[in-house]
Design a protein around this ligand. Structure first.
Ligand SMILES: NC(=O)c1ccc[n+]([C@@H]2O[C@H](COP(=O)([O-])OP(=O)(O)OC[C@H]3O[C@@H](n4cnc5c(N)ncnc54)[C@H](OP(=O)(O)O)[C@@H]3O)[C@@H](O)[C@H]2O)c1
Length: 223
């Protein structure tokens, strides 16, 4: 890796959107450091790539977590409880405390780049789908909202990306739009993880200092 190349730290890179994001950056020969909690899984996925691998669990503050920020210019954060049923304590620990630990590590390491944070749209609206999500993941709205508040108050430069429901259909064939206001979660508020990955990468590369809070959906959902 060239010393001067900006390093992107991807937290949550061993699955889903974070994995796609890391693969996209690696394909472009960009400098990537991935943070995963499972060494075997991280090595299986990234062992033959140019990615640096940091193994740590974000629910536990550690020196490893702090050192993960050494020389990092951009952070893309996609870590979360897996997309299955979870109890409220898991959600609090991973989705809230995990972000708090990462923000504390970033600040104590002197990180001054942009922190791009992925979450779901519809947190600020009541909807049938959000109620269903709340049954599978109790406390999700409360802890995700608190996480967003912690990021806003962190003093870091941030981009909050609230994505529509992930679908596997037609990535890139539909236009992605960014909305400035949150919208209720509906089945039509869809987007592919690959298109979200493009939004995360574009946000991470912005050089201005303004913070962002946007919804990312395919065009149809926005109209
Ligand atoms: N599902 C949807 O329709 C939808 C829609 C919009 C937004 N979102 C949001 O988008 C985000 C990404 O979702 P996704 O489905 O792409 O991701 P995902 O596949 O659930 O991946 C989450 C990542 O977080 C990691 N992780 C979990 N706990 C961790 C811990 N304690 N320490 C370190 N890493 C940890 C996981 O590691 P392992 O690989 O070891 O498990 C995994 O790499 C989430 O916030 C999700 O709520 C989801």
């Amino acid at each position: 890796m060239a010393d001067s190349a900006p390093v992107t730290l991807i937290i949550g890179a061993t699955s889903g959107t974070g994995l796609i994001t890391a693969q996209k950056l690696l394909q472009r020969n960009e400098s990537v450091r991935i943070l995963g909690r499972n060494r075997l899984k991280a090595v299986q996925i990234f062992g033959t790539s140019n990615a640096e691998i940091v193994v740590c669990d974000i629910t536990k503050p550690s020196d490893v977590l702090k050192r993960a920020f050494d020389g990092v210019q951009r952070v893309i954060y996609t870590a979360a409880v897996p997309p299955r049923r979870a109890n409220e304590e898991e959600i609090r620990q991973v989705d809230y405390e995990g972000l708090l630990n990462v923000l504390a590590a970033a600040k104590s390491a002197g990180f001054s780049g942009r922190f791009v944070y992925l979450t779901t749209l519809g947190l600020t609206h009541k909807s049938l789908l959000m109620s269903v999500l709340g049954m599978i993941k109790p406390g999700i709205v409360q802890w995700r909202t608190a996480a967003i508040e912690a990021l806003r108050e962190s003093g870091l430069k941030y981009s909050i990306i609230r994505a529509g429901l992930f679908t596997t259909s037609s990535p890139g064939k539909k236009t992605t739009v960014l909305l400035n206001e949150d919208i209720p979660m509906k089945l039509s508020t869809a987007i592919s993880r690959k298109d979200v990955a493009d939004v995360l990468i574009a946000e991470s590369k912005r050089n201005d200092t303004s913070n962002t809070d946007v919804v990312a959906v395919w065009q149809k959902a926005a109209s």
